[in-house]
Design a protein. Sequence first.
Length: 419
Amino acid sequence: MQLFDSEYFTYKENKLFCENVSLEKIAQEVATPVFVYSKKFMIDRYKELNNAFENIPHKIYYACKANYNINIIKLFNDLGAGIDVNSAGEFYRSLKAGANPKNLIFSGVGKTKDEIELVLENELKLIKAESYGEIELINSIAKKLGKIAPIAIRVNPNVDPATHPYISTGLAENKFGIDETTAIEIFTKAAKLGNIQLLGIDMHIGSQITKIEPYIEAAEKLVKLVEELKAKGISLTHIDLGGGMGIKYLDEKPFTAKEYADAVIPILKKTDCEIFIEPGRYLTANSGCLLSEVLYVKNNLDKNFIIADAAMTELLRPSIYKAYHHIQPVNISINEEFTADIVGPVCESGDFLGKHRKIKKVKPNDLLAVMSAGAYGMVMASNYNARLKPAEVLVDNEKFYIIRKRETLEQLVQNEFLI
Ligand SMILES: *Cc1c(COP(=O)(O)O)cnc(C)c1O
């Protein structure tokens, strides 16, 4: 069977380690299912991206929806990143993690009045508006609070990011942003409002993008808009390229940070704007694995099933996007192999982690590592079937820390009352 190629998850004497901690040890001490993250991975990826853009004024905003444990937000905040938040909840988490509101930017197609009020009262850096209606609402709330709201406008550049349709966001048919044809008109109208300060132009064309061309095309469109706006007397201070950089789940060959920077910097340099980048998956996905124990192995009509203690409630991506996560045993001293579906205990046929996988012949109590689970894993975990949300562990060289305890049965009903 193929093993996932990673310098952060490696086998030592046939046992899988995260950095220098044995996953077997984590399973023994914390139990399963548990998300395990490598701290070094996240630091390395942040630095790689930051260095790639060193020749142009820039700032990385970590899109914390990918993994918003407050320790992960703190890690990127401490490295010097800003944080991109999508809701009052993510804003609150970022403040709890110790982030300065002046480093927080707020995205989202449906911000509520309460959310806008909360972030303006806390003097965040920037709201990224997605419609004229929203801009008017921000203006009126800012007026009421006696403030000037710093905003950018998200433009939908209508490029095809060639990714899964559910995670493409920059096509004309998607709900995000303002279409490129009316952008100038909306910027011009917004510039006349009294309690708005127009700072930037923003895009986010999709996720898990492995080709560089859509970014080049979109960056060219944004630069053109920035130049047209300047000619009309509207000077912007930043261009936000959004996130979406693709990663390797198995055999993908995504562009590197350096290739990305080298492709877009010459285009962006034509303006004197600061560049914002908002990666989520790129900084976290391959930092993590979901560690799970095999409960049963069975055979139905010649089909093998490995029933694991992790399910769609821990990792939803296979069920909703048919996403591929490589799955491998923690102990690979087993010789025999077979082909099996790896499924969870949830009462849904859509509850699977991997289908038709060639894998070592594991047995009950063996451990499995579901790879690339550091992004859009725990944040999508649910309590369906009244399952307890799993624990999270951060590994730092030969030490590991529980950064979220497993939920308890009491917590499942804590907000309910018998009437
Ligand atoms: C989701 C999102 C991101 C991060 O996307 P990744 O694919 O994880 O890099 C960045 N910006 C915005 C506005 C988003 O919605």
